[in-house]
Write a protein that binds this ligand. Structure first.
Ligand code: UDP
Length: 325
């Protein structure tokens, strides 16, 4: 049994992580300022309401948590917004992570698992992105995530902590009982937007460009079930017990779906047709992001339990039909 501090534990992926940690007998301390997260989603472990930008309060929170490791989800998440408001992203995601690392040093916390992103790779140079792919982000969001990875790498060498960065492709879905799920305001992500529409929201869903260099002109992404992502974090915690240093893994299923294919999957699962409207490309969006997950499979023994897109959408639909918050 470990005690784990989860930043952003009131958020979408963070709350799923807390549920899994508790299910594996770990004690959870959620550190979240509730700017994007939901108090109702903190059901496994206690909440310390604290912003990562409040360095003294964060240091105090980590000292008091007396944790064995930090899983760091807290941050701003929208690629498009990061282009419109880059300083928000450097403040929240980069300065927030810097404060967290300082607080970890002060509190003597040795291990961190960091939510990184496929956005660090920019326009891919290969169809399936592995860990050797150059880091060349094309959005402030991606650049911020890449900066934090660098900070982790250098902190590992300088201070003797150990860190794993997990580069998520596109998180989606909800845990089986659908008591927690994806709920952002505003919602910018494709699958929840489509499902909100299916659940009765009147607005058509915009498709950001059909002139990308893909088979149907819409962007291709690799959607991963949120519980599979969380399972990789549990494996990463185990990895940190046995391996010093910094390591990074790309987390996707290795299957790419275009925006139009996701629309079709949502229609198949819900039995309702989706009204879409073609819109301009969204700034900062690469045409295709699909993982080569071989390394996570080999080193972390990570095998996604729910790789099929329709099953992922189906689990999200159970939440969206009756969201609790
Ligand atoms: N997308 C879209 N319409 C929307 C939201 C997203 O066409 O209303 C596209 C977006 O351009 C991207 C894909 O769907 O290619 C997934 O976007 P999302 O915001 O869900 O995740 P991201 O890939 O930005 O992390």
């Amino acid at each position: 049994m470990k005690r784990i501090a989860v930043t952003g534990g009131a958020g979408y992926i963070g709350s799923h992580m807390c549920r899994q940690l508790a299910g594996h007998g770990h004690e959870v301390v959620v550190i979240d300022d509730l700017s994007g997260g939901h108090r109702e989603a903190v059901r496994w472990g206690r909440l310390v309401q604290c912003s990562l930008l409040d360095a003294p309060a964060l240091s105090r929170a980590l000292r008091e948590a007396r944790c064995d490791a930090v899983i760091h989800f807290a941050g701003a998440i929208a690629v498009g917004e990061s282009v419109a408001d880059p300083l928000k992203y450097y403040a929240v995601n980069v300065c927030g992570s810097l404060n967290l690392l300082q607080a970890m040093r002060e509190a003597g916390v040795p291990h961190i698992v960091f939510s990184s992103s496929a956005a660090i790779f920019g326009e891919p140079r290969q169809a399936f992105i592995d860990e050797r792919h150059p880091i060349a982000p094309i959005s402030p969001y991606g650049r911020g995530k890449a900066m934090v990875e660098r900070m982790l790498c250098e902190s590992v060498q300088a201070y003797g902590i150990a860190a794993v960065a997990l580069r998520y492709f596109n998180a989606a879905g909800a845990e089986p009982s659908a008591t927690i799920g994806e709920s952002h305001d505003p919602e910018t992500h494709l699958i929840p937007r489509l499902l909100r529409h299916s659940a009765g929201q009147a607005e058509p869903v915009e498709i950001y460009g059909d002139d990308h260099p893909t088979h149907d002109g819409t962007c291709i992404r690799d959607y991963v079930h949120v519980d599979d992502l969380c399972a990789a974090h549990l494996a990463a915690l185990g990895h940190l017990d046995a391996h010093a240093g910094f390591d990074a893994f790309n987390l996707g299923n290795g299957n790419g779906y275009s925006v139009r294919e996701v629309v079709a999957a949502v229609e198949a699962v819900t039995g309702r047709s989706v009204r879409t409207r073609l819109a301009a490309r969204r700034a900062g969006d690469p045409a295709r992001l699909v993982a080569c997950p071989d390394r996570a499979r080999a080193v972390l023994d990570w095998k996604p339990a729910t790789p099929a897109l329709e099953a992922i959408v189906e689990s999200a639909w159970r939440w969206h039909r009756a969201p609790a918050y």
